[in-house]
Design a protein. Structure first.
Length: 212
């Protein structure tokens, strides 16, 4: 029987490389959704990806949604909406979580700055030591440079980097970007992906347009 790639339901796609982990198979939080083949690379424990999603409280209900075939490097931190402090009052100090009588000034959810769900598209590459702030949307095919702090949305197939993260350039021209967004190769069955690996990995970008 021919192999058509690793099992997307395995924790480690390659049993000889334990620092690469398919994220969807290790997360327990129902508010984190991850697509097939998306991996986290960390020699210090790739299976501990969920520890890098911080301030993620169930009572707030915000979600982290990551698409298929994403490559996420060591040091990622997704900061969720629970990190937000009240900004409409004189002080931003969170008295309530210290207790001992201070819990009387617990803010209402509507008093906090909520940015919504954090969404990472498909086929996104995120470099080492990147921080993604609440409510950011990173489009399909985007690349985030190492050591970036992503505070705003990144369009599909764009390269972004820096602190704060800024758009550096498009990966491809608008015509090809539009074509790829319609093609959605990441949704193909594994047989079709396997048959077209050479085209997907080719520097000859015109070849992708020949696929039916």
């Amino acid at each position: 029987m021919n192999k058509l790639g690793p099992n997307p339901n395995s924790i480690y796609p390659n049993e000889h490389i334990k620092e690469i982990c398919y994220i969807k198979n290790v997360i327990k939080n129902n508010n984190i959704k991850v697509g097939d083949y998306t991996y986290y690379h960390d020699i210090d424990g790739a299976e501990n990806f969920e520890e890098h999603v911080t301030h993620h409280y169930e009572f707030i209900g915000d979600k982290l949604i990551i698409g298929k075939f994403c490559a996420i490097a060591k040091g990622i931190e997704f900061v969720m909406n629970g990190a937000n402090h009240r900004m409409t009052s004189v002080t931003t100090y969170p008295f309530n979580i210290m207790g001992n009588g201070w819990e009387e000034v617990t803010p209402n959810i509507e008093d906090l700055t909520m940015k919504g769900d954090t969404i990472v598209g498909n086929d996104v590459w995120i470099g080492q030591n990147v921080t993604v702030m609440p409510g950011v949307n990173i489009g399909d095919g985007a690349i985030i440079a190492a050591n970036s702090v992503v505070t705003k949305d990144v369009p599909p197939y764009h390269i972004a980097g820096g602190n704060p993260c800024r758009i550096i350039r498009k990966r491809f021209d608008d015509e090809l970007i539009d074509y790829l967004l319609k093609l959605k190769w990441w949704d193909w069955p594994k047989e079709k992906i396997f048959q077209n690996l050479q085209v997907l990995c080719s520097p000859d970008l015109d070849k992708i347009k020949s696929i039916k």
